[in-house]
Write a protein that binds this ligand. Structure first.
Ligand code: GSH
Length: 262
């Protein structure tokens, strides 16, 4: 179908909700860390072809290429690409954010899909019944879900990522701080985002878990100190965490002391 949506001068066009980090942040971080020329289309004013109108136009099939179900969506060289992990698998080699060999690329895609699974669970803590209801309409269920998430799922997922880091460190002696090989990859960037989001949403739970995940926390620090990432985090391009996104801080879901589950 011929495109009826505006094209921009920047090489990459990201379409995502303009007021939250959400899943779009995994893509923003990759583009920023690589210094890629991109435009965050829905954050532009509508008169410049931006706003959520541009995003809805793509969702309504007014772009070229494959019809996307949900944002984030990347537009590049005539392609319209959705699904966070899929977008990163596409961007990784182009931005130099994944090792070149096939085994590493497949591993990166696998890790990113595991992160995606975890992101769904982090989101479902405040929306255990469904996305069409407000958090306020599902508070008792959220309380129950939060207890299970914090006591069981967070340690399981984060412990797994810690093991990946440990194994990569052992395989590349002395080269800590990365999940794959010796260089920064999009998976490291996503682990940074995951750890940052969890620290925002569940500061008490993260403090309790911290002694068990030193490598993951070191990745978080290392990524934050990458010059391009640091510049991005200090800029107004980085939207602050807020209670409309995936990682939400509701103090009642993160008590200072661990509670019994159930
Ligand atoms: N599996 C998809 C999930 C995409 C997704 O759920 N996007 C959210 C925003 S973070 C959305 O707008 N969903 C609309 C919907 O599910 O109706 C991905 O990882 O990109």
């Amino acid at each position: 179908m011929a495109t009826r949506t505006k094209r921009f001068a920047a090489e990459y066009e990201l379409y995502y909700w303009p007021s939250i980090q959400g899943r779009g942040e995994f893509i923003r971080l990759a583009l920023e860390a690589a210094g890629a020329a991109y435009v965050d289309v829905a954050r532009l004013p509508q008169r410049q072809g931006g706003g959520t109108r541009a995003l809805f136009a793509l969702l309504d099939g007014e772009g070229d290429g494959v019809l996307p179900f949900a944002p984030p969506i990347l537009r590049h060289e005539g392609l319209v690409i959705a699904q966070t992990a899929n977008i990163l698998a596409y961007l990784g080699p182009r931005l130099g954010l994944v090792p070149r060999d096939e085994a590493s690329r497949v591993a990166a895609a696998q890790h990113q899909l595991t992160i995606a699974d975890f992101v769904v669970e982090a989101h479902d803590v405040h929306h255990p019944l469904g996305v069409d209801l407000y958090y306020e309409d599902q508070k008792p269920e959220s309380h129950r879900r939060a207890r299970l998430f914090v006591s069981s799922r967070m340690p399981k997922f984060l412990g797994y990522f810690e093991k990946l880091l440990q194994r990569n460190q052992a395989a590349h002696k002395g080269a800590g701080g990365h999940v794959l090989g010796k260089a920064l990859s999009y998976v490291d960037l996503s682990l940074f985002q995951l750890a940052s989001g969890l620290e925002y949403a569940f500061p008490h739970a993260m403090k309790r878990l911290a002694p068990k995940i030193p490598r993951l926390l070191a990745v978080r620090e290392g990524v934050a100190a990458e010059p391009r990432v640091a510049a991005y985090l200090a800029s107004d391009r980085r939207i602050p965490f807020n209670e409309d996104g995936i990682f939400r801080h509701y103090p009642e879901l993160d008590p200072a002391r661990a509670r019994a589950t159930g």
